[in-house]
Design a protein around this ligand. Structure first.
Ligand code: NDP
Ligand code: OXD
Length: 309
């Protein structure tokens, strides 16, 4: 039994070291030099070449190196004998909370306005808003979204959330399903997207939904670029229905050199760094799943392939 790392866009060295530090006996190989593909039963993957899994006749477990599995699940070579699992990393969740708090407070305390005033050497105090007068809407209340919502509550924001199924989170008003989406949007003065990318959520941030946000709303997309219809966001910003956006993810990454987002005065962009899986933090769950696979036990953090997350 062999574990192969298939991650052409990541440096595998830290992952290999983190796994070996827990269990040096695991036969660990790195694609493309992973020897006889028939030995490989467990693949740890990120941005794998599409179609690659058909080369591995005995592959049982495909473990995403990240939380999102949208790219992975598009791979037509995942067969019925393979189980897909993903990372649930407390460190990644906490980093995402930091990012969303930074973006919300940066907007609420008008730092972009003061940056412009500074350039013009303008001493111009603006009325300081209170966080408890601002409602933040979190779309997606899973491992990450529910914790982010709680962090926002702790800072003092009013918080509403939206998920597929109803749920209870202290001090968060939760809306569920398509039938409650409009009420959720109408309440969200700052919208944070933390949905997985699925057939149902692709393009969910579009004219129809964004226009239902209150006038002057601010949009933070930290989920996936394909949630957002970029031209429709630009149009609502240019018409002043939206006051700004903070975007960490894009339909095409890296963002094209001539993309209008680079220079738009109301858009802040970061290069898909809102939070990153940390190999040392997730190595125990990888090794645990490898052991469970060997002992034919249920795996941790399984993905429902049909549901798409
Ligand atoms: P989870 O799978 O734990 O949670 C997903 C949430 O979205 C659940 O609350 C689910 O509802 C809800 N949801 C799914 N589909 C729908 C739908 N059609 N309508 C309404 N709600 C829906 O995901 P995570 O919290 O772990 O991660 C979320 C995403 O964050 C990842 O998929 C990834 O794309 C992104 N991400 C981005 C990073 C970055 O650096 N920018 C880093 C890490 C993740 P329910 O609870 O009812 O099932
Ligand atoms: C992830 C990501 O899904 O980094 O983990 O986007």
């Amino acid at each position: 039994m062999t574990l192969s790392l298939i991650c052409p866009t990541k440096d595998p060295a830290l992952w290999v070291a983190a796994i070996q530090a827990i269990d040096p006996k695991i036969d660990l190989r790195v694609w493309p030099d992973d020897g006889d593909k028939a030995d490989v039963t467990f693949a740890l993957v990120w941005a794998q070449p599409q179609g690659i899994f058909s080369q591995y006749p005995n592959l049982k477990v495909i473990s995403s190196m990240g939380a999102g599995v949208d790219n992975l699940l598009q791979d037509g070579s995942i067969s019925a004998q393979m189980t897909v699992v993903r990372m649930v990393d407390p460190r990644l969740v906490s980093q995402m909370g930091d990012y969303v708090l930074a973006a919300t407070l940066n907007h609420v305390r008008q730092f972009p306005d003061y940056a412009q005033h500074q350039q013009q050497q303008q001493w111009q105090p603006l009325p300081p808003p209170n966080v408890d007068d601002v409602t933040v809407g979190v779309m997606g209340l899973g491992q990450i979204g529910s914790t982010v919502a709680t962090r926002l509550v702790q800072v003092g924001f009013q918080v509403v959330g939206w998920s597929r199924r109803p749920k209870s989170i202290a001090n968060v008003q939760v809306f569920a399903g398509q039938q409650q989406l409009s009420d959720f949007l109408a309440a969200s003065e700052i919208l944070v997207c933390l949905l997985p990318l699925t057939a149902e959520t692709e393009n969910i941030l579009n004219t129809e939904t964004l226009a239902q946000l209150p006038k002057g709303a601010y949009v933070i997309n930290v989920a996936r670029g394909h949630h957002l219809v970029e031209g429709e966001l630009l149009s609502l910003l240019n018409k002043n229905h939206l006051s700004g956006a903070c975007l960490d993810v894009f339909r095409q990454e890296p963002l094209a050199q001539d993309h209008p987002f680079w220079s738009h005065p109301k858009i802040t962009i970061t290069p898909h760094i809102a939070s990153l899986t940390h190999p040392v933090s997730v190595a125990p769950q990888i090794v645990e799943n490898y052991r469970r696979m060997q002992q034919k036990q249920p795996l941790l953090n399984q993905v429902d392939i049909r549901r798409g997350y």
